[in-house]
Design a protein around this ligand. Structure first.
Ligand code: MC0
Length: 150
C-alpha cells in the first residue's frame, strides 16, 4: 500500500541558497544532507511532518553533480522547480511489481539506494501523465522521527 507522500523532489542550481530560502521563508531546517553519486545529486532533506505509519514527509532539495544526470538534464530544459513526487510504502518491491503489472514502466529491475538508506525505484513520467514518480521504503521509519543528523 502507498501510505503517504514521502517527499517532493525539487531541482535547484544552488543547494545552499535554496536551503536558506526554505529556512528563512518557512522555518524548515535541514535534517540530513548527502551526496548520491549513483543518482548524480547533492541533496538536503527538510522534514515537514511525521505520519501515522511511522514515516515522515520531506522536501528533498536536489542539486545536480553533473549536467548529464537526470536532475542536470531536467534543470537545463525546465529550470528550477518540482522534479518528482515520491510515495512511501512498507514494501517497495511489491508496489513496483504491482504497478509494473498494470503496464507502467518501472525504471529499475530492483530497488536502488535512496536518501537516508531508503530503497527506491522510479516510474517513467511518460506513463504517469508527465509526473516522474518515485516509490520509496524508508530504512527505518522510526529513525525518521528522531533528531537531526546534519
Ligand atoms: C524527464 N522527463 C520528465 C522528467 N525527467 N518528465 C517529468 N518529470 C521529470 N523529472 C521526461 C522528458 O520531458 C521527456 O519527455 C522524457 O522524460 C525523456 O527525457 P530525457 O530528458 O530525454 O531524459 P532520459 O530519457 O534520459 O531520462 C528520463 C528518466 C530519467 C525519467 C528515465 O530522468 C531517470 O532515470 N529518472 C529517475 C532517476 C532520477 O530522476 N534521479 C534523480 C533524483 P518528452 O515527452 O518531452 O520526450 S535522485 C532521488 O530522488 C533519490 C536521491 C531519492 O529520492 O532518494
Amino acid at each position: 500500500m502507498l501510505s503517504r507522500i514521502d517527499h517532493i523532489g525539487i531541482a535547484c542550481h544552488d543547494l545552499d541558497a535554496t536551503v536558506e530560502f526554505y529556512r528563512s521563508t518557512y522555518g524548515f531546517e535541514v535534517h540530513h544532507r548527502e551526496v548520491n553519486e549513483e543518482q548524480g545529486v547533492r541533496e538536503a532533506m527538510l522534514r515537514v511532518n511525521g505520519t501515522d505509519d511511522g514515516g515522515a514527509t520531506w522536501l528533498q532539495l536536489l542539486q545536480p553533480l553533473r549536467e548529464d544526470s537526470p536532475v542536470g538534464k531536467w534543470l537545463a530544459r525546465h529550470g528550477e522547480g518540482v522534479h518528482h513526487i515520491a510515495f512511501g510504502t512498507d514494501d517497495v518491491d511489491a508496489e513496483a511489481d504491482a504497478v509494473r503489472g498494470r503496464g507502467v514502466r518501472v525504471l529499475y529491475d530492483a530497488p536502488r539506494r535512496g536518501s537516508m538508506g531508503s530503497r527506491i525505484t522510479f516510474l517513467h513520467p511518460q506513463d504517469c501523465h508527465g509526473v516522474l514518480t518515485e516509490i520509496v521504503t524508508a530504512a527505518a521509519p522510526d529513525a525518521a522521527r528522531g533528531h537531526s543528523a546534519h
